[in-house]
Design a protein around this ligand. Sequence first.
Ligand code: NAP
Length: 242
Amino acid sequence: MRSIFITGVSRGLGQALAAALADNDTRIIGLGRSKGDFAGEFHSCDFTKPQLAASILGEALSSEDLENASSIAFIANAGTLGPLAKAQNLDPFDIERAIAANLGGSAISAVSFLKRVENIDRPKLFAQISSGAALPDRAKASWSLYCSCKAGQEQLVRTIAAEQTGAPFPTKFVNINPGVMETAMQEQIRATSPETFPEVARFIKLKEEGRIPSPDTVANKIATLLASHETLENGKTYDLST
Ligand SMILES: NC(=O)c1ccc[n+]([C@@H]2O[C@H](COP(=O)([O-])OP(=O)(O)OC[C@H]3O[C@@H](n4cnc5c(N)ncnc54)[C@H](OP(=O)(O)O)[C@@H]3O)[C@@H](O)[C@H]2O)c1
């Protein structure tokens, strides 16, 4: 049986992933602040409280019989846009929380996962749910915290991927750019004023034209990608946005 850990299962893509990946041969372990309708093994953790989150992740990982799993995957999906505001209007509390929830959460997840699986000789994968916002040419006004965290998550993955090359029992680290999806994040984007986010009209138009896929559609693409995770390339970013 394969074991898959997913952060942020309460709604949006995480909720859809938990449904898309579920079958009789898969054990899904959910993590996040709240569980929503997720019915499997769930561990409540808030990445804005890093010490506590690391301890909860450590316990969640060590309580699983991963040595006998057919494969082991961790999907770092939890995230937040944080406040969408021009830099001069961000306060230190918002900055701390957004970085902790996004980049900090991914680092804690990766470190906790590696500590647990380092010596396990099974196919192992850490998949970071990234975003086009990580790309240098997609820097968007008022998204400074989100864009910088997504870029940081991608580089975190590439860095650890390099470390894993040559490890006795390497874990593959990949980024997955899911593309836009109709979740709470898109609602927050569309609710931003044009003064704050000049590109907002484009996102509203995407919605009006029915061009934003559901998280279920995207989750099915990710499930297909993960089904052949032996063939995935360590350190690569998989772009599902097109
Ligand atoms: N939606 C898009 O168009 C889009 C595009 C590209 C990439 N992405 C990426 O896709 C991933 C999922 O986004 P989504 O659109 O599904 O967002 P969403 O609907 O807002 O869901 C975010 C999930 O993350 C959890 N979360 C937020 N802050 C947390 C924290 N401090 N600690 C633990 N869990 C926390 C939430 O839990 P609670 O329910 O407890 O709040 C929720 O389960 C993110 O990494 C995002 O960057 C989204």
